[in-house]
Design a protein around this ligand. Sequence first.
Ligand code: PRP
Ligand code: URA
Length: 212
Amino acid sequence: MSDLANLTVVDHPLLRHKLRLLRDESSPTKLFKELVDEIAMLLAYEVTRGLDEEAVTVRTPLEETTGHRVVEGRIVLVPILRAGLGMVEGVVRLIPGVRVGHVGLARDEESLQPVEYYFKVPPRSEVHRFIVVDPMLATGGSASAALTGLKARGAERISFMCVVAAPEGVRRLAGEHPDVPVYAAALDRELNANGYILPGLGDAGDRLFGTT
Ligand code: PRP
Ligand code: URA
């Protein structure tokens, strides 16, 4: 599967367990929200493996030693509105100093093209690394537009993190943003004619915010 080489499917029994509950159509909004939050935290553990750190001195009750400090303030988390908001808290719990930008994109239900309605991220000069989050990578149109928008504002080191990815979206990002690694809890089979991921979990935004 070399055309999906940009994708890392994070492999963990807890992720698979939570993902099965997330897919279940009978899971209510409260549970769905909690699961997205927990999955985001587990994924973030993997996405942040290569974070910048610096050595600092620490005094234990017995002696002085060298410890490590992650350079947190230089990381910006960028949820794609609306559904990406469901992944913010889980990551913030893991990286307390992370800053949060916002990109507002809605997929036109007919054309499936993303329409931008909001864009607010910290100035590039203050940022070392961006993590863009959205539960669903379907056609890849929304993710690609968010990445293009960030790069147009000078962003360089960007990762993309989602819960469920479709092969179509992963391939699109590989073609349009080969420099951006993609992390997912699952790679699903395909898209249906309406651009929904199969088997998927339905409309993530509607299920998160109870708007179905
Ligand atoms: C969903 C999802 C992604 C996008 C994925 O958002 O959260 O942003 O669709 O589809 P794509 O890969 O084909 O672009 P939607 O546009 O439904 O907006 P919402 O988050 O406000 O529900
Ligand atoms: N957006 C969603 O929320 N779900 C899908 O399956 C595809 C796009």
